[in-house]
Design a protein around this ligand. Sequence first.
Ligand code: GLA
Length: 412
Amino acid sequence: MTRHILSLPRCLGVGLFGLMIGQVFLHAQAQTTSMDSPSSSALPPGIERSAFGQLPDGREVDCYRITNDNGIEMRVINYGGIIVSLKTPDITGRMDDIVLGFDSLDDYLSDTYRQANPYFGALIGRYGNRIAHGRFTLDGETYQLPTNDGPNTLHGGDTGFNQRLWHAQPFSSAEGRGLVLTYTSPDGEQGFPGRLSTRVSYTLTNDNELAIDYRARTTRATPVNLTQHSYFNLQGEGSGTILNHRLMINASAYTPIDETLIPTGEIADVSGTPFDFRQPTAIGARMGQKNTQFAYAKGYDHNFVLSKNPGQADRPTLAAKVVEPQSGRVLELATTEPGLQFYSGNFLDGSLVGQSGRPYTHRSGLALETQHFPDSPNQPNFPSTILKPDETYHSRTVYRFSTTQTPEAASY
Ligand code: GLA
């Protein structure tokens, strides 16, 4: 059984972005219907591979440089499936790297990085975001995971999918170029039940989209919540805060948190709160307000309950749009997931220096993590994250990169 069943948009009312998503999805389905490990082959045009470094145990890490026909370029490493850079044009055609990241593997392995634990650009699993007290009960059995975020488990535990070496297979097709990454998480890894075969594909299309398909199968029932943890700064990484970025989130509710950032279980209306991003609003506009939620999270670090049209819950629908007024860069995000974690880079403190040589200061990047809601295994009123052996996990998120001449008047 497939947990998320996707189909082509049924009517033109979904707009061009919806149609593009449909096209890309068909392609990705053709690319990734099997859960078997892909075999190695020669590199397709538009994809280059280079050595990125060596893990302490001697295993080599590769970097794949993938470009589309319009010159958009992303670099991905098979350690953590990390997107280390993503270059897109601004309104004048100038290319900048719009994600936070490093040029060397050592920077991702350093003590400073591990202490800060920002998960730059990485694939997150087996369970994105927090599980309260690292504990949950499934089919009458209680599982204890390592806790790595105060009393809770964050992003899969001490050694999540972000720190695993994935098998990488590049591919090219009419729609674009990309990489299929596979990783098999053994039964019991980080305390989770079931051997989880995971397959994630990144497709960079010639429509200037990055489509990410996540698939997984398990041998025993287990919670699964896969996501991607890129931090965006649409002015270019290392160029200051993201507080002037204008953000729209297609959500009329969010899940408030307690002081350890675990949802209270309430699905709260955003109306009249600083969590109402239904109209594009500068991220910094309301962060100075006195608000208990801001006090707990040191800013925005919250799950938004995405608005879905009836009957479209399993199709990628617009989740968020970000516009950066100076560069004119626009990022749109569509997903099949019910939730979106908006994190305003509150834990960045300037101790990490990016590939441009400039420090990643407080709130100099924003993460938009498509997901099921945090702590779902302990929250019976949240959509289930339990994958069973007879099911295939499938989740799809599409990022679209463009520019606007009139950022203030951008139509959302
Ligand atoms: C997610 C969490 C944040 C933080 C970041 C990584 O966004 O919700 O609290 O842990 O990941 O630093």
